[in-house]
Design a binder for this molecule. Structure first.
Ligand code: 4HQ
Length: 258
């Protein structure tokens, strides 16, 4: 897939996308990230890309004209239609579901705003989808775009090896990830759950599923409420809850009878 990023800071976005799994996906030709700088499409001597906001008040707004010219060039240069995303706190929250849908498209353009954002008329005309990476304010859309590139890039076929498999991720089934451990087996900080050392793969799968369910119940009940659990999952979650309450009573030196 190809991602075009429209940004006043192309070097920053490119550097963000060149590391790790997603950088490797680009080297393998699974993902292509290109940048477009609105400043290159400004027509005055100062290469102006922003103007004062009508109605007064502080802050600048990215102007229509350079972006119109840029989108003209971008669409001219693409053989396929491009799905255009504007990153902003007013957008729909980015979820793994949205990431999957974007990852399935052949071409996506990410429009990064600086200052107070982009003239609304340009957005209405060029943008297909507005996405937010969370309810906080960034100083520009670049970091949000880097988040999208990373999450989408790693889902490209061949980007992850078996060990990294996307199926094991948090959210791949709507649940949080289970805990992970590595050497040493025993440490001053504690011991590894024995089931993980035993080599009983069915028991390990069951334990991991139970932890995923339990952690989602403890930490993100909102996510759990969205899940349809089969009978085995409900049983595992019940088991987790019983163990959780038993451990709590043990800690408090009380029992369910108190
Ligand atoms: N901004 N999710 C304001 C964000 C943001 C977010 C990007 C700041 C756009 C104009 N983008 N500019 N949160 O805070 O995506």
């Amino acid at each position: 897939m190809r991602i075009d990023v429209i940004t006043l800071f192309p070097d920053f976005v490119r550097q963000c996308s060149e590391v790790g799994v997603v950088g490797r996906a680009q080297q393998r030709g699974l993902l292509q990230v290109e940048t477009w700088n609105p400043r290159d499409y400004a027509t005055d001597n100062y290469r102006t890309v922003d103007g004062r906001t009508f109605g007064g008040g502080p802050g600048m707004v990215m102007m229509i004209e350079p972006l119109r010219a840029l989108f003209g060039a971008l669409r001219e240069a693409s053989d396929e239609p491009t799905h255009v995303v504007y990153l902003s706190p007013q957008g729909a929250r980015l979820t793994q579901d949205r990431v999957r849908k974007l990852a399935a498209r052949p071409r996506v353009a990410l429009l990064c705003g600086r200052y107070e954002g982009v003239d609304e008329r340009l957005l209405a005309h060029e943008v297909d989808e507005e996405i937010s990476v969370g309810d906080y304010v960034l100083s520009g859309g670049e970091l949000a775009a880097a988040v999208v590139i990373d999450a989408v890039g790693r889902l490209q076929d061949g980007a992850l090896n078996d060990a990294q498999s996307a199926q094991q991720d948090s959210f791949s089934d709507g649940l949080l990830d289970c805990p992970h451990y590595t050497r040493p087996e025993t440490d001053a900080l504690g011991t590894v759950p024995p089931v993980l050392l035993g080599g009983d793969h069915a028991a390990i799968r069951r334990w991991r599923r139970k932890q995923s369910l339990g952690r989602t119940w403890l930490r993100r009940p909102d996510l759990l409420a969205q899940c349809v659990l089969d009978e085995e999952s409900r049983a595992l979650l019940d088991e987790f809850r019983r163990e959780h309450f038993a451990a709590q009573h043990l800690e408090a030196g009380t029992g369910p009878q108190d």
